[in-house]
Ligand binder design. Structure first.
Ligand SMILES: *Cc1c(COP(=O)(O)O)cnc(C)c1O
Length: 395
């Protein structure tokens, strides 16, 4: 067919790439795929893992990312989302209906707490908060309409570690209750919740999986294909799907996940140990320290303490403000999981909406600083913290 210029501007001939394969995942930015006939399109439309149709249903770059995370977590399938909250809300809205009941750990990520509160106040879902430290308390909270047990492997910012095996076992005889675990802080390299009895694992890929502070993304990993299909169908309505370029950047970031996490764990342990011996520091919260309340669980369940730690400084909020104004290498911001080190004052930011009593119950003091440790040279990080601690204690 001989084409006129106006038609040629929009109909391109694609290269035939037979004979070799790209080593890295190509970025398929296109949102739509063409079919040879109507039957093939109809068949692909109804499946989460068939031919690609339309990018809200699936995209090759995004599916490569999903397969990569499913493989790391040991799941049957995964669903990528536009953010961690996209994964959390898509999953909760799929699994819960009016009149259903959730048992959730009290010290949750703020956005998750807000999502559950909203489901309770406006959608008729009932929520029981538990400590996350006691399997008996979970058993006692079970009701006929309980559908979800919601946990986080490592809690923010105290790094309390849930005993996933014990808690998942407490609902294991209820096939209608799914154990959902936010594994963002641990990454699949330090803990694989499915191996501990969880049914569904969530990540904010924005943090460690991406690792370079340049994407927003999320992912849900499923023990079984049937639940994946249910959540995928709902995700078509929710629409919080991952952009292919964000998937591509996250796949690129994940190639160094092992190196980054190993370095972050080593740096965090070294800093935690030195902070614990510092005269201006009242307490250090890091799972690999003997002094941590969940040290034994952490030793059993995690193959490293992770990149996050918290510490309480003498002098409360004023000292924290002085410390944060004095750090030069560490940057003051609300994220974590990056190659660079971040500091945050939870009482005035991530946990500001809690009452002082609720904050204390969550283990957060006015003088608590959260440190999300990067991959810098630990001696430079320590020098920065030491000079900032000195200024904070003399401010
Ligand atoms: C950041 C975070 C989320 C939310 O992820 P977004 O990508 O910011 O939407 C959920 N859970 C945990 C533990 C997080 O740190």
């Amino acid at each position: 067919m001989t084409l006129r210029p106006q038609t040629r501007t929009v109909h391109h001939v694609l290269p035939d790439v037979s004979g070799s394969t790209p080593l890295t995942t190509p970025l398929y930015q296109g949102h739509v795929f063409r079919f040879e006939d109507a039957e093939a399109l109809a068949e692909a439309f109804a499946s989460p893992d068939g031919a690609f149709v339309y990018a809200r249903h699936g995209n090759p770059t995004v599916r490569t990312f999903e397969a990569a995370v499913a493989g790391l977590e040991g799941g049957a399938a995964a669903l990528a989302t536009a953010s961690g909250m996209g994964a959390i809300s898509t999953v909760l809205h799929t699994l819960l209906g009016s009149g259903d009941h959730v048992i959730a750990q009290r010290s949750l990520y703020g956005g998750t707490h807000a999502a559950l509160t909203d489901l309770a106040e406006r959608w008729g879902v009932e929520v029981t908060f538990v400590s996350g430290q006691d399997a008996q308390e979970v058993r006692a909270a079970l009701r006929p309409r309980t559908r979800v047990l919601y946990l986080e492997t490592i809690a923010n910012p105290t790094t309390w570690v849930c005993d996933l095996s014990a808690l998942a076992a407490s609902v294991a005889d209820r096939e209608d209750v799914l154990t959902v675990v936010d594994n963002t802080f641990a990454t699949p390299l330090l803990c694989r919740p499915l191996e501990h009895g969880a049914d569904l694992v969530l990540h904010s890929a924005t943090k460690y999986l991406g690792g370079h502070a340049d994407i927003l993304g999320g992912v849900a990993v499923f023990r079984d294909a049937a639940t994946h299909r249910r959540v995928w169908e709902h995700s078509l309505e929710h629409g919080a799907v991952l952009d292919p370029f964000a998937a591509w950047l996250t796949l690129r970031g994940m190639q160094t996940l092992g190196l980054r996490v190993a370095r972050q764990c080593a740096n965090a342990l070294a800093l935690a140990t030195r902070l614990a011996a510092h005269p201006a520091v009242l307490a250090v919260h890091y799972p690999m320290l003997d002094s941590h309340p969940d040290h034994d669980v952490a030793r059993r369940q995690l193959s490293g303490g992770g990149g996050l730690l918290a510490f309480d400084v003498e002098g409360g909020a004023g000292a924290c403000r002085a410390l944060m104004a004095s750090v030069e290498l560490a940057s003051v911001n609300a994220s974590l999981g990056d190659v660079r080190t971040f500091v945050l004052h939870p009482a005035s930011t991530s946990h500001r909406q809690l009452t002082p009593e609720a904050r204390a119950a969550a283990g957060i003091d006015e003088g608590t600083i959260r440190l999300a440790v990067g991959i810098e040279d630990v001696e430079d990080l320590w020098a920065d913290l030491e000079q900032a601690l000195h200024k904070a204690s003399t401010h």
